[in-house]
Ligand binder design. Structure first.
Ligand SMILES: Cc1cc2nc3c(=O)[nH]c(=O)nc-3n(C[C@H](O)[C@H](O)[C@H](O)COP(=O)(O)O)c2cc1C
Length: 333
């Protein structure tokens, strides 16, 4: 039976139009332009069919952070499920379902964070371990003693790594909270990397070459090119609009991930062709998981996977290594 999720409008294509400005809710901030631009950016790139080859078997697997995953897609952190989706599901229940779905589909989940440390951070992090899944915890850019408290807690857990959504420094609800968030510079990121000890540290919320270079210099094992799904600043460019220049600046120095507006397997293909190592998908999988539990999440993940494999087959790519810029064309709009 489907569970309610009244705050999401469940559009045929999740593109940020109907839910403009709906926070709480799942929309983009203000006029919703950043969310809309994320989705629009994919329209500026097309795939090139190439079936003049003898490819029979397609292998979409890849390895990220020493973990093999079934295709280059992981699930983005989404916190505050009750408040944002209008459902009875807690963050713990949601992340337990999600972790199970990711384990069953051989991929990785990211869990989020919020002011209520026990229910929005500790229990979701615990869900990864309880389900025997591979997952990242994503810590908000709190002031340093709060960051340290959370990292020390999860260092005891069996999680794949630790991420920080540095762009959450712009979330209005957190900016004015009793536990404030703050911007993180090179020294802050370096200190956080040290606290993570032997666990990979991923900096989520990079949109410029300069910020990417600083994250790399501070020791980040990965970055996520992200504008938080358009929820922290209105009028941003789409994440796919900056992917290529960031790849050119730092490729090979860290793992490059990207999120924002990925809705199909062909969207994922475009990012890999432009040099991303992997993609995070948020809202479509979150809605499926919130309303239909782990089975819903699995269905959404498997749909993306089969679309991605089809794109590989039709562009003449037998493995992930074969996906490159020669398989796509930028369109003049
Ligand atoms: C309701 C909601 C809650 C979110 N919570 C978090 C969070 O706790 N931590 C985080 O790093 N990102 C959070 N995000 C951002 C997502 O991880 C991701 O960057 C974004 O949603 C990706 O875009 P997509 O949803 O268009 O795929 C949230 C996004 C939404 C819509």
């Amino acid at each position: 039976m489907k569970r309610e999720a009244n705050l999401c409008r469940k559009c045929p294509v999740c593109n940020g139009n109907a839910c403009k400005g709906e926070i709480p809710g799942v929309g983009g901030i203000g006029q919703g332009i950043s969310f809309i631009n994320n989705v629009q950016a994919f329209k500026k790139i097309g795939l090139l069919i190439d079936v003049v080859n003898n490819i029979k078997d397609i292998n979409p697997e890849t390895k990220l952070f020493n973990k093999s995953i079934s295709f280059p897609m992981m699930v983005a952190p989404i916190a505050g499920i009750k408040n944002n989706y209008g459902t009875d599901v807690t963050d713990y229940e949601y992340n337990s379902d999600l972790a199970r779905a990711c384990k069953d589909t051989d991929t990785v989940c990211f869990v989020g964070d919020g002011i209520d440390m026990e229910n929005m951070f500790h229990l979701p992090a615990r869900a990864i371990q309880e389900q025997g899944a591979s997952g990242f915890v994503t810590i908000k850019p709190w002031i340093m003693d709060k960051v340290t408290e959370r990292i020390n807690l999860v260092n005891e857990f069996n999680v794949l790594g630790i991420a920080m959504d540095i762009d959450a420094a712009g979330l209005p609800l957190l900016r004015n909270s009793a536990t404030p968030v703050e911007n993180k510079d090179y020294h802050g990121l370096k200190k956080i990397k040290e606290l993570c000890k032997d666990k990979p540290f991923v900096v989520k919320g990079i949109m410029t070459i300069e910020a990417a270079k600083i994250a790399v210099a501070a020791g980040a094992d990965g970055i996520v090119i992200s504008n938080h799904g358009g929820r922290v600043l209105d009028d941003c460019v789409g994440t796919m609009d900056v992917l290529e220049e960031i790849v050119e600046a730092i490729k090979g120095e860290t793992t490059i991930l990207i999120d924002g507006g990925f809705r199909t397997g062909t969207d994922i293909f475009k990012a890999i062709a432009l040099g991303a190592d992997g993609v995070l998908v948020g809202r479509p999988i979150a809605l499926a998981c919130a309303t239909e539990g782990d089975e819903g999440a699995k269905k959404a993940i498997n749909k993306l996977k089969s679309e991605f494999i089809h794109a590989m087959r039709m562009t003449g790519c037998a493995t992930i290594k074969d996906i490159n810029k020669s398989k796509i064309k930028k369109l003049t709009m």
